[in-house]
Design a protein around this ligand. Structure first.
Ligand SMILES: C[S@@+](CC[C@H](N)C(=O)[O-])C[C@H]1O[C@@H](n2cnc3c(N)ncnc32)[C@H](O)[C@@H]1O
Length: 395
């Protein structure tokens, strides 16, 4: 169905709210929905009925991104897909607190505008899409920020404004496909950088997490942000928004960060524990920095696994107890799994060409066996396998 600004206005009316509230609260499957839909169709126009059902569904789907507010917000499928998760937007919004006003360039449904408003920053939400502006206005109203968010319809490639600072989140998809080149973004990174001086040079740009290090301008800070172990985005910071011109890994919800340097860590054979750095640490190029800060070592100079003989709880990495490790060989692995009465629950790999799931199906499996993780990687350049306890100590 296609939501329109008129339908979004109607959904906020007393009648729209009355239909939406019960449907948004209770998750329903298609069979349960049928009688409700029939009732909706009797009393509402087909477009209104579809708008109620779709919004209720999207509210439930949005609960992961907007845990506190999804049940009151307005979405389209695409704008929800593109929206910044509330925890990440809250983190990036903090850098704007010293500014009295911020432009949110390409605001979509307002994931970032709402976080900026919540941080107390006066926000101007800009988009060329009237539907996006209707959504952000509705979301500002429903979350009680109508006076902190103004909306402006404009093409951000041709700024006709000046502001003390700006945030930009260019579109990263076209026809449902993800884009990997900053110059293919909507609008492209270079178009945003060319207008930095309209914002006194104070600009933050959200980009794809796969951002290459050689695409980072020399006067920028690059921050890779993960949430619950999932890499979400890279951000380039300029001007007074930049804290240091470095590559930084930020881990949420812990709210800790690590700066990448050209450090080198020791390289040795695996120890009693294997550490897998958070993807933000890996992308920022801070694996050796993490090793040095915790007294860990690398098991191969080219592989992002770390090792230690102790269990060191850290938000920057996951860890597993290593039961044994050997040069890679399938027959030997199955022999050892049988001896351990094991049941491999996951195959992890770095620097190995195997398909983990297909490989797992070729492994010995005791039906009620001890849950194990097999790690396929390289040690000192050679293919290697580690058998680890799937149960993390202390969990
Ligand atoms: C990734 S979405 C923004 C999501 C938003 N940050 C959020 O958290 O909800 C990008 C938005 O940029 C808008 N956009 C793309 N090119 C634009 C342009 N040239 N001028 C204005 N808006 C543009 C799109 O309409 C879309 O709403």
């Amino acid at each position: 169905m296609s939501l329109t600004p008129t339908l979004i206005r109607w959904l906020q009316s007393e009648k729209g709210r009355r239909w939406l509230a019960p449907l948004s609260a209770a998750p329903q499957n298609d069979a349960e929905l049928l009688p409700t839909l029939t009732r909706l169709r009797r009393e509402l126009s087909p477009a209104q009925a579809a708008a109620v059902v779709e919004t209720a569904r999207l509210r439930q789907r949005a609960a992961r991104k907007f845990p506190a507010a999804a049940a009151r917000m307005f979405f389209t499928r695409t704008s929800l897909q593109q929206a910044s998760a509330a925890d990440v937007a809250t983190h990036t919004a903090k850098r704007f607190i010293p500014f009295r006003q911020v432009l949110d360039l390409g605001c979509g449904l307002g994931g970032d505008s709402l976080a900026l408003a919540c941080a107390g920053v006066q926000t101007i939400a800009v988009d060329h899409d009237p539907l996006a502006l209707a959504l952000v206005a509705a979301n500002a109203r429903t979350l009680d920020y109508p006076r902190r968010i103004a909306v402006l319809r404009a093409d951000v490639r041709h700024p006709a404004w000046r502001a003390p600072a700006a945030w930009a989140d260019p579109g990263r998809r076209t026809d449902g496909r993800r884009l990997f080149d900053p110059e293919q973004l909507r609008p492209p990174l270079s178009a945003l950088l060319a207008q930095r001086w309209s914002y006194a040079g104070n600009l933050g740009v959200k980009l794809m997490p796969g951002l290459a290090h050689d695409a980072i301008p020399p006067d920028a800070e690059a921050e890779w942000i993960s949430l619950n172990g999932e890499l979400k985005e890279a951000v380039l910071w300029f001007g007074e928004l930049l804290r240091e011109p470095v590559r930084r890994a930020t881990i949420l919800p812990a709210g800790v960060d690590l700066i990448a340097t050209d450090a080198r860590a020791d390289v040795r054979t695996p120890g009693r524990y294997l550490y897998e750095p958070d993807p933000a640490v890996i992308r920022a190029g801070a694996v050796a920095d993490l090793a040095l800060s915790l007294g860990l070592w690398q098991i191969d100079p080219t592989i992002a696994y770390l090792a230690a003989d102790d269990l060191i709880p850290t938000p920057f990495a996951r860890s597993w107890r290593v039961l044994e490790h050997h040069p890679f060989e399938l027959k030997a692995l199955n022999r050892r799994l049988r001896a351990l009465q094991g049941r491999v629950v996951a195959v992890k790999k770095r620097g190995s060409p195997v398909d983990p799931e297909a490989f797992r199906r070729r492994l010995y499996r005791h039906p009620r066996g001890r849950p194990l993780i097999v790690v396929l990687t390289r040690v000192a350049g050679k293919p290697w396998m580690l058998i680890c306890d799937a149960v993390v100590d202390g969990e």
